[in-house]
Ligand binder design. Sequence first.
Ligand code: PEP
Ligand code: MN
Length: 269
Amino acid sequence: SDDYKLVSRKWKVKPATIDLGDGILVKEGSLSIMAGPCSIEGEEQIEKTIRHLKTNNVKIMRGGVYKPRSSPYSFRGLGIEGLKTWFKAAREAGIKIITEVMQVSQIEEMYDYIDIYQVGARNTQNFNLLDELGRVDKPVLIKRGISGTIDELLYSAEYVFSAGNENLMLCERGIRTYERASRNTMDINAIPILKEKTHLPVIADPSHGIGIRDHVEPVALACIIAGADGVIYETHEKPHEAFSDGQQTLNFNESEKLIHKMRKVFELR
Ligand code: PEP
Ligand code: MN
């Protein structure tokens, strides 16, 4: 083990800069905020979210159009048509899009409408998907597997990198442990360890990390202190009506408070 090379800080001493265009960079030394609903639900929700992000100078919007749901009967996303609607509104507002790609066939389908491909925790070791994302010239954020080790996450990044795509970000989103008081166990340890091992930006997802709305803020702030280069989290105008993950989703007031606190804490780091 430990024989990944391309993603290691030893090999690439200089920290990676992920350039999303229009001066929007994800990199060490700045705090990237990515916020939005778990699922894209429709035009009105897209518009309201964009307005919230613009008000708070957040440049990257998250949202799923292909949703990996535990039950096949849960809402599984609006698909490519939802992405096209979202893209049109986001482009007009100067907002960048990160969304999950679940399978190889979606890479090309989504290409014109996204800024960052998200590899979900259930696909961290989908090696065919990783290989294909290596052949694409758009940034990729790889989430840590649900029961994945830090080394396994780095190997997943090595797949994409070695296939030709260096524009990678890693994301700690909590792991499955014996603890059931929280949805997942946010592995704060992973953040300084990843920062030591790799030159790639490290992003924290406190929403999936703890899975409880009231506790997303302290976990997000802790992740920044621990060295995260960015935070991705879920927000919705009416979390109780969200099509997915409402229990861990911040309303816009809570989201705005979090943004202010994150920026303050980042300055103290
Ligand atoms: C999500 O970002 O909504 C999501 C499904 O995340 P994860 O893959 O970490 O479960
Ligand atoms: Mn979610």
